[in-house]
Design a binder for this molecule. Structure first.
Ligand code: SAM
Length: 450
């Protein structure tokens, strides 16, 4: 009975490519390799350090480095203890925030995967692991491999123990996956899901029976002011889902280094206006872009509340939503290249699926859904309509080759390799919308590989 947990990072750091992988025998010390070292190990062997203490050890290293560099400190022990307490509190807060993330369309996702015999499940947007744990619980009897991607390191730290618990391979369950006698391999990949094919090759996973993408940010991103997504609490104008530390890469390396600050302070008034209009659906896009550009002439806009102030109130009747909502959404979408990654991941995910395997995608924005719909139709061999599914204005932001693809009509070039499970997207029920307002705009589309 075996488990294997690997964590990978791949990305660009100060212009140089790096690939590091942490292979973690559950319960033993973390090892850092520059090559993949795959192995299986007995559950009860080498259990000398729990995940929690491995985390503490990692934090301690960070604290030690910080203390070394401030050589004037006379009371290292006290500082370390207080830093550790601070880190612990911070982690508790983060966990509380992330556990507050309510998974949308959960029963609909479970229904979509129910008929599939899942030996390998991939969650491309692990988040707090809400969907992943439920899918794994539902398919506990047959699952052999799980791969969870997230660009955000904190998400992985939070999801990992929850995923292990769902399979009964955590410490509390005695480390045994009771319902499956062949063991289970768990891989946690800190990378952009648009690198799916290469990342799976690196960890030796060559097919999947189910893949889920639950797009967008999690509550944790929105609730933590320091991540720079919040228009309620002040924070640096960042908005990178990867957090900007040793960042996970996208195929467009700029996507991990571009920050909201760069967009707000560096883009032309015309481009800001276009993104407010196309990605935010902001009616007063021209006015808001003008206001931002006037304000930044005085000094750079550095924080989220400075941006809120610069945007000001749009004219007209006060709406239910915060006046900065749409502009913030637009800046977040471009900062994380949220439409580009969907374009890039779908062909990879479909390629990776085993025959009979299913890909389920939850979107929250009409432009995201338009891309998913268009690509699913293409791979299902449905002739494209002459009308581009992606609106003209939005196509202005696609790279030229994607613009051509989005506007051309060539059904014969797309062999049918999937079938659509639902022709119309599945939305949230009235009951779900009542308890989780975020689900209002959620749409689920599912395809099955032939
Ligand atoms: C909506 S949350 C997922 C929540 C999760 N399904 C749950 O039930 O807990 C989306 C997560 O995907 C991650 N994410 C978003 N875009 C990503 C990308 N292109 N590659 C990898 N992770 C991404 C975010 O960091 C976030 O943690």
């Amino acid at each position: 009975m075996t488990t294997k947990t690997t964590t990978m990072q791949r990305g660009w750091s100060r212009g140089s490519y790096f690939l590091t992988k942490t292979t973690t025998p559950r319960g033993s010390h973390r090892r850092h390799h520059h090559e993949h070292v795959g192995f299986r190990f007995p559950h009860h062997a080498q259990r000398t350090q729990s995940n929690a203490s491995a985390f503490a050890a990692k934090k301690k290293t960070t604290t030690t480095n910080a203390t070394t560099s401030s050589s004037k400190s006379n009371d290292d022990d006290t500082n370390n203890k207080s830093d550790e307490r601070h880190e612990k509190k911070k982690r508790e807060n983060i966990e509380a925030a992330h556990h507050g993330h309510v998974s949308v369309l959960l029963s609909e996702v479970l229904d979509a995967f129910k008929p599939v015999k899942i030996q390998t499940h991939i969650d491309g947007t692990l988040g707090a692991g809400g969907h992943a744990t439920k899918v794994l619980e539902q398919h506990k009897e047959e699952v052999k491999t799980f791969v969870g991607f997230d660009v955000d390191e904190t998400a992985i730290e939070i999801a990992r123990p929850r995923v292990e618990r769902s399979l009964g391979v955590d410490d509390a369950s005695g480390g045994e996956k009771k319902s499956n006698d062949g063991g289970v391999a768990l891989h946690f990949v800190r990378n952009n899901f648009d690198q799916m094919r290469a990342a799976l090759r690196d960890i030796g996973v060559d097919g999947a029976d189910s893949i889920l993408l639950d797009l967008g940010v999690s509550s944790m991103h929105l609730d933590r002011a320091e991540r720079g997504f919040s228009f309620q609490n002040d924070g640096p104008l960042d908005m990178r889902m990867c957090g900007g530390t040793t960042s996970a890469s996208s195929s467009s390396s700029s996507s991990s280094s571009l920050t909201a600050f760069d967009v707000v302070n560096g883009w032309s008034e015309e481009d800001l206006g276009r993104i407010f209009r196309d990605y935010g659906g902001e009616r007063h896009w021209k006015l808001l872009a003008k206001r931002v550009c006037e304000r930044r002439m005085e000094k750079p806009i550095e924080t989220t509340l400075e941006l809120v102030k610069a945007l000001g109130n749009p004219p007209g009747k006060r709406e239910k939503i915060h006046p900065a909502t749409r502009a913030f959404q637009a800046v977040r979408i471009v900062t994380n290249d949220e439409l580009g990654v969907i374009e890039r991941v779908i062909p990879q995910a479909i390629e990776v699926l085993n025959p009979g395997g299913r890909l389920a995608i939850i979107t929250f924005h009409s432009l995201e859904d338009a891309i998913v719909k268009k690509q699913f139709r293409k791979f299902a061999g449905v002739p494209e309509s002459r009308e581009p599914t992606v609106g003209r204005s939005a196509m202005m932001f696609l790279p030229p080759e994607e613009f051509d693809d989005a506007s051309s009509s060539n059904p014969s070039s797309s062999p049918k390799i999937v079938k659509m499970i639902n022709r119309k997207p599945i939305g949230a029920s009235e009951e779900e919308i009542k308890v989780n307002a975020r689900s209002r705009s959620a749409k689920l589309r599912v395809v099955e590989k032939l």
